[in-house]
Design a protein around this ligand. Sequence first.
Ligand SMILES: *[C@@H]1O[C@H](CO)[C@@H](O)[C@H](O)[C@H]1NC(C)=O
Length: 398
Amino acid sequence: MDSPEYLERRRTPFSPPTVTLKEIHDAVPKHLLKGNPVLATLYVLRDISFTLLLFKLASHISDIQAGLFVRSFLWLAYWWVQGLVWAGIFCLGHDAGHGTLYRSTWMNNLVGFVLHTVSNFPSFATSSMERDENYVPYSRSDYGLPSKDKARQFDYDEVFEETPIYTLSRMLIMQGFGWWVYLAKNTMGSKMYSPGTNHFDPDSPLFKPEQRNAIIISDIGLVVMVLLLSYAGPSFFFKYYLVPYLASPLMFTYLHHSDPTIPHYRKAEWSFLRGAAATVDRPLLGWMGRFFFHNISHDHVAHHFFSSAPFYNGPAITQIVKNVLGASYNYDSTPSFYALYRSFTQCLFVEEEGDIVFYKNKNGEAAREVAYDAVKRIKVDGWDPVAQDELDEKDKAE
Ligand SMILES: *[C@@H]1O[C@H](CO)[C@@H](O)[C@H](O)[C@H]1NC(C)=O
């Protein structure tokens, strides 16, 4: 089920992109970076109306004179569609966090707060998401594995052997609750912060002092939501809320950054451009993803390069970025759920050494190699990722 693009990447040793950020920026016309507040509002209203309409429709399911089978099917349909809508609301909230819905920061914050609170995700904490602070890979020593030349198959088996049922349930748990665990304890978060760093704590080192009030407001929003839900009662909570909620946005955030063919850079080789290019566009859930998730998954690479561009210009920007990046543009049409399974079972750990690393699987094998000659050649040609990054930042400030 691996897509042809994925297989091609596996076969091709990896060399980092050689285009500059300036080339990418120059290629994108400025008008695509400007937002239209009316359009943004229409999308927000659209998604809120969908939510209310679905609540209304679901409230009639129990009235329907039909067998258990039909009613169960209708509940499943409700959960599925509502889950899609809420993931879309999460995306809108996330975009508000990037300040792309409205011109005023105040409006963006307000709308973002409401959208995140309604979809019950701490609003201000999610802004750390794209600074690559989540999904930092586990390393060999995190698992207590012996070194590369010493480790035997037996050692790997001991750590990673598990039955498919176990893998599947681990995956479901990560999809459903992993997000909360990450927020509460910074699991898989950046190693810059001590383990257990909490995203709800206003004094957490994750946030700047000026973000303190925002975190407090975000926490209050969550508490209010939890109170409202308890007031609505367990039956409402389980039937209307929990399942769609668990069909959470984690799936797409995880999938865009964790793939056996996508590199992770350590500091010496990292640059903004390389980080942005180390993401994947996926046609997640096909037209449903386009429609409900506002193309966030289809146009994810573009979002990393131009996080201040409005989401509805994503398709146009993707076309341009794809042309400029050439072979460094990553796309993967592997069916979404299989891709999730593949990443989950194959992206287990990375080696401690090396500045460009790929995930390894349960046998300690990486799906892709680094083309070290190409990396060296780039250096000889005068490419310095750190210097480039400084230029890039200046570029962005302009
Ligand atoms: C998503 O992409 C499709 C195809 O390019 C486009 O027709 C649609 O308007 C886009 N949706 C949004 C929200 O931008």
